[in-house]
Write a protein that binds this ligand. Sequence first.
Ligand SMILES: O=C(O)CCC(=O)C(=O)O
Ligand SMILES: [Fe+2]
Length: 350
Amino acid sequence: MDKCHSAPANHVNKQVQEIAANCHHLPKRYIRKQDKEYGPVTNASASSLADLPVIDFSLLTSSPLELNKLKSAVITWGCFQAINHGIESLFLEKVREIGKMFFHLSADEKKKYLKEEKDVEGYGNDIVLSDDQVLDWNDRLYLTVLPKDQRKFRFWPTNPTNFRDVLDEYSCKMELIYEVVLKSLARALNLHEDCFLNQFGTTKKCARYNYYPSCPWPERVLGVKPHADSSAITILLQDEEVEGLQLLKDGKWVGVSVVHDALTINVGDQMEIGSNGIFKSPVHRVMVNSKKERMTLAVFCPVLSDQVVGPVDELITEETPRMYKNVAYSLDYFLNYFQQGGRPIDACKI
Ligand SMILES: O=C(O)CCC(=O)C(=O)O
Ligand SMILES: [Fe+2]
């Protein structure tokens, strides 16, 4: 059979994992349309792994040098690898393990947590907004973890049995990491350390386990299509061995390596706006592997729904005029641009 034969578009509501398990041909809905991707389509080769700065969190308050390294990382890349962040290696393993155990449950068991068609919360994949939308080669489990009163427990697996406890503990740790990053970024710009924390107010923490089954035609699909995150920051726990994340840097795609026990942290559109464009929210995408599955856990830290985001006053000066309007962030606002391949932040620029 022609390996690239396109199947009819009846896979839209199937899980990618089910398609991958019996993949004799690639369903049409997953085939990349390269003319619709912004940024070049060439793949990163082994030689173009990003030299992403590694920031030692244990030094951020005591070492001006480390703080400066963080500042230049976020200005240059919008992203860095955090080490010595205080989360034990064994615990990170557990966080990965509960995710893998979940995705390895039977299809029927996982479907108990299936999301609704037009919502993101729960187990599933892309919200489909149009017939010609290209789908990502990934399944997800998306759970709002903080504030606690926004948790929708019907989507929280009880299998494995420790899933909820481990994710709950991880959420608390993410709140602390969030605060360290926002305070450090403010100090790096000589602002009061609570400046960004106050600007954004209470932020949500939304955990998204991304599961990328292996794909016999990795060049023809994308794990996640090019996008920038809308959050203030995103804290990513990568797969312990399989790479796949790439950043668009100076017009080229460069791969992000796996650093043992590191958290890969990037700023999102809300921080780009808050910092009046000093920190740039990086465009990134995910490639899939022909042989190995990959699983990551992204924790997005966005403002609460309808909260207005704008640049902090102290960063608007005569030399550095306001670059972004104040915008009220909602899921609809984000999705409308995202699924059409545009960047929501372009609509916020003055
Ligand atoms: O899985 C990854 O490496 C990144 C995922 C990502 O970009 C996202 O979930 O927004
Ligand atoms: Fe992302």
